[in-house]
Write a protein that binds this ligand. Sequence first.
Ligand code: V47
Ligand code: SF4
Length: 359
Amino acid sequence: MTTFETISAKVGAGERISADEALFLYDYNDLLAIGELAALANERKNGRSVFFNVNRHINPTNICINRCAFCAFSRTAGEDGAYTLALDEICRRAEEAEREGATEVHIVGGLHPDLAFEFYEEALRSIRQTTPGLHIKAFTAVEIEYFSRISSLSIEQVLERLKSAGLGSMPGGGAEILVEDVRQKICPEKISGARWLEIIRLAHLAGLKTNSTMLYGHVESPADRVAHMEMLRTLQDGTGGFQAFIPLAFQPENSDLKLEIKSTSGLDDLKTLAIARIFLDNFSHIKAYWVMLGEKIAQVSLAFGVNDLDGTVVEERIGHEAGAKSPQALTKDGIIRLIRRADKIPVERDTLYNPIRSY
Ligand code: V47
Ligand code: SF4
């Protein structure tokens, strides 16, 4: 029979827990006990170090043909607030980021009905030319699949062309909840969960590291969350290409789901991060994305198994269009202070988790 003690003994012995055991933890009310277990699992992997990076987000366009129900960022072409950045504006933002000490640009956007694949290739090429020192982390599996459709190239060819243009790694967006009936409710136009996993597998095979996310706190059940994480864990067993797992707390404002769904609770946020740390034993990093969580929950999460706070971000749009109350950027000093006050060691990293400097 599963009890907290049997799970605790497994984690203590460094053994993998099952999906049923993860589900048991979701039902278990002693948050601090779960947090302690997650902290143990994390300390074994990462000690007291907490990573952050200095980065900037660039969203080339918010025009998107998918219009997922949870997304307050996207617009239809011609709608109020719809925008597309010109190539030189994208480069200008990358240059500004580099001047301000960034080591990474994180580029994701909507599925634009008229932009050609070459636009994105050109954007990467221009950034690489003007700011060769910046790592380009760009495009979710959803965008990669779209590029393949609009260019009639295979996924493998799209990935190779983007790598040649300067792509260094991929973020983890677009995963939402990989379980199909949940996807049908929140993002019916988006590629299936199976297709998301397949594209990520191909990216890993092409030598690109990626992240993985989980959008939680909408219509999904705890069993859906565990099923989602199990799919990621299985893929990671095969490829080892995931760097971080990032649960994204759903921000309901301005989305089509705003009337039905309230923001997540701090308790659910911490439990979700802690269970992820315990369950995803083959992931090195669990990231608390402060944009969606707020700075205070992100800080507390460092005692619940989290070892990465993402970055300075700068000009975040996806969460803020949906009502996120966090600032649009944090300074490097702000992140360092936040980590130090949690009695951890701040370590600035590059995108591939090479330490740059400890503070
Ligand atoms: O795929 C959209 C999510 C994702 C909302 O890999 C929302 O390092 C909450 O993936 N409330 C994009 N979330 C952001 C993302 C990400 C962010 C930071 C770091 C990394 C990384 C990846 O944002 C989308 C979707 O799951 N999202 N709308 C919303 N209302
Ligand atoms: Fe488009 Fe991504 Fe927003 Fe869905 S989440 S509508 S794919 S920008």
